[in-house]
Design a protein around this ligand. Structure first.
Ligand SMILES: Cc1cc2nc3c(=O)[nH]c(=O)nc-3n(C[C@H](O)[C@H](O)[C@H](O)COP(=O)(O)OP(=O)(O)OC[C@H]3O[C@@H](n4cnc5c(N)ncnc54)[C@H](O)[C@@H]3O)c2cc1C
Length: 522
């Protein structure tokens, strides 16, 4: 197969095929097939913004075209994810959690003839949708199932951004993207440089993935919380579900996400080895999307999808300040999962059409901030969420940026008047985070205002608290990805090995590969 790279295409005409044919001088009928491999936007020069395409093509007389100096063209081997092994085993494997880590782990196990049982503390997606929408309207939280817990995991009510910028010589990422596409996501996620699915589409995608796993012999139990693991000589013998039901099993994949602080703390107290890790905390920042578009794309913004950004800064106290999980055309969402704790995050529909952008502005914290212990790492996160809950009584605490800088209570919106998923209350967000973190956020936002005009406008809205950017702990695993409890495989974000949908799905595949390899050797 031939790959043409760096093909610059006008954003208004957006005709990559015509540009390819013209630049390469392709004769009639020589172009056998043509597929987009990658599409990105080059907006470094705002007066000349381009799409940049990578195209996979098949040509007659390819030797002739390979000599072209007018385009970057080369022969490539397609990257195939090799996931099929000869496995003959009746071993009972339980996957705990149906987030991206658990679902992709179960899917790969099922593709290899194993019949995983997925247990999930929350509701299936239809019932989950009902309670989540009720929560947005009434602020009455269902601790069993919410924005963090339930079928599809924490990413279901998200922007569905798929970060594909990690090393992947095994081809796991194309496999994940293709699977999402087969389950109902738009085909463009397979080639966009910054793919995103959107929460409205994701809800159907996770259901279709569940049905694929069931069709391959897997099964699901919802409203089923792992409450204990019974060990025999440090080896998994059975699990306890909802404090009552026993399930005998020899392998358990622990893909519970990092909101499952109850499960993680319980297993820590039981002797599961883990260590604290650095993470980042901060606030969500909301702007008018058009302002961001204009700043990122100049006059071309009208022809392009809503723009995003990624900004970084080192504060005077040497802490890193950066934007994270940017949601163009999205909403700030109340992401509470337990009573008395408040946190927010961002989500968008597929069309990203709210008119507002939001992203987290977060500041790194390190083990020194919380005493370098597992308990301290979790308690620090809990403390911030409790403060956020108290100042806004469970609603999303928000503030105008000018008032935040001046440390005074906000009382009304200026010209940024976003819609929220969940109720909101004007507060003084300085009361949530330590002063050093607040100061770092202000320094960061002022600096980002030099990169994106208007980022630090007085009327910019802030919301709190962004506390679950990644897990505060990492569970220790050996080279087969097993923990010190033999047969227990910590997996995904809750175990500290992922920080988003794609990386959680990758980790799910890695754990499944390890189990499959072990069983195929027996
Ligand atoms: C609102 C929001 C927006 C986000 N936006 C994005 C985004 O756009 N892009 C991105 O890459 N990432 C995003 N993230 C982060 C992303 O969702 C997570 O990184 C990812 O879902 C982690 O996957 P996981 O499978 O490891 O864990 P999770 O998705 O957290 O899944 C864990 C599952 O385990 C279940 N569970 C927990 N404890 C138990 C138990 N004891 N027994 C049984 N089941 C249990 C939970 O109910 C949950 O369904 C967002 C997160 C949130 C909350």
């Amino acid at each position: 197969m031939l790959r043409v790279s760096n093909l610059k295409v006008d954003v208004i005409k957006n005709n990559p095929r015509d540009v390819l044919v013209k630049k390469l001088g392709i004769k009639d009928n020589d172009l056998i097939s043509y597929k987009i491999h990658k599409k990105s936007i080059d907006s470094r020069n705002k007066s000349q913004v381009f799409y940049v395409y990578e195209l996979d093509i098949e040509l007659k007389n390819e030797d002739k075209y390979l000599k072209s100096k007018k385009v970057d063209i080369r022969l490539v081997e397609p990257l195939e994810y090799n996931y099929k092994y000869e496995v003959k085993s009746n071993e009972k494997i339980v996957v705990v959690g149906s987030g991206p880590a658990g679902l992709f782990c179960a899917y790969l196990l099922a593709l290899n003839g194993l019949k995983p049982l997925v247990i999930e503390r929350g509701y299936d997606i239809d019932k989950r949708n009902e309670v989540v929408n009720t929560f947005f309207e009434t602020n009455v939280l269902d601790c069993r199932s919410n924005v963090c817990f339930g079928e599809g995991g924490a990413g279901t009510y998200s922007d569905g951004k798929l970060n594909t910028g990690v090393k992947d010589k095994e081809g796991r990422i194309p496999f994940i993207l293709k699977t999402f596409y087969e389950c109902g996501a738009d085909e463009d996620i397979t080639y966009e440089a910054h793919p995103h699915i959107g929460t409205d589409v994701l809800q159907g995608v996770v259901k279709n993935l569940r049905n694929k796993i069931i069709a391959l012999g897997g099964s699901f139990m919802f409203e089923s919380t792992l409450t204990d693991i019974v060990l025999n000589n440090d080896k998994v013998e059975k699990i306890i579900v909802n404090d009552m039901k026993e399930i005998k099993c020899s392998k358990v994949v622990l893909a519970v996400g990092h909101s499952a602080r109850d499960t993680i703390s319980k297993l820590y107290n039981k002797g599961l080895l883990m260590k604290p890790k650095g993470y980042a905390v901060g606030l969500r920042v909301i702007h008018n999307q058009e302002m961001i578009n204009e700043s990122q794309y100049g006059k071309y913004y009208k022809y392009l999808a809503n723009a995003s950004y990624k900004l970084t800064y080192t504060a005077s106290n040497k802490r890193g300040v950066y934007t994270f999980c940017m949601c163009p055309g999205g909403y700030v969402v109340n992401s509470s999962s337990s009573k008395g704790y408040m946190l927010c995050n961002g989500m968008s529909n597929h069309d990203r059409n709210s008119g507002y952008s939001n992203s987290a502005v977060i500041v790194t914290i390190n083990p020194k901030d919380y005493g370098d212990t597992v308990k301290g790492a979790i308690e620090y996160q809990e403390m911030l969420e409790q403060r956020a809950f108290l100042i806004a009584k469970g609603y999303i605490p928000i503030q105008r940026y000018k008032d935040y800088k001046e440390n005074v209570l906000s009382t009304e919106f200026g010209n940024v008047k976003p819609e929220f998923k969940g109720g909101y209350v004007f507060t003084n967000l300085n009361e949530i985070l330590p002063r050093e973190i607040n100061n770092s956020i202000v320094e960061g936002i002022e600096n980002f205002g030099t990169k994106i005009k208007g980022f630090n406008n007085d009327d910019t809205i802030l919301a709190g608290v962004e506390s679950r950017t990644s897990s505060p702990v990492r569970i220790l695993r050996d080279e087969t990805l097993e923990s010190n409890f033999k047969g227990l495989y910590p997996c995904g974000e809750g175990a500290g090995f992922a920080g988003g949908i794609t990386s959680a799905a990758i980790d799910g595949l890695k754990v499944a590969e390890s189990i499959i390899k072990e069983l195929s050797n027996n």
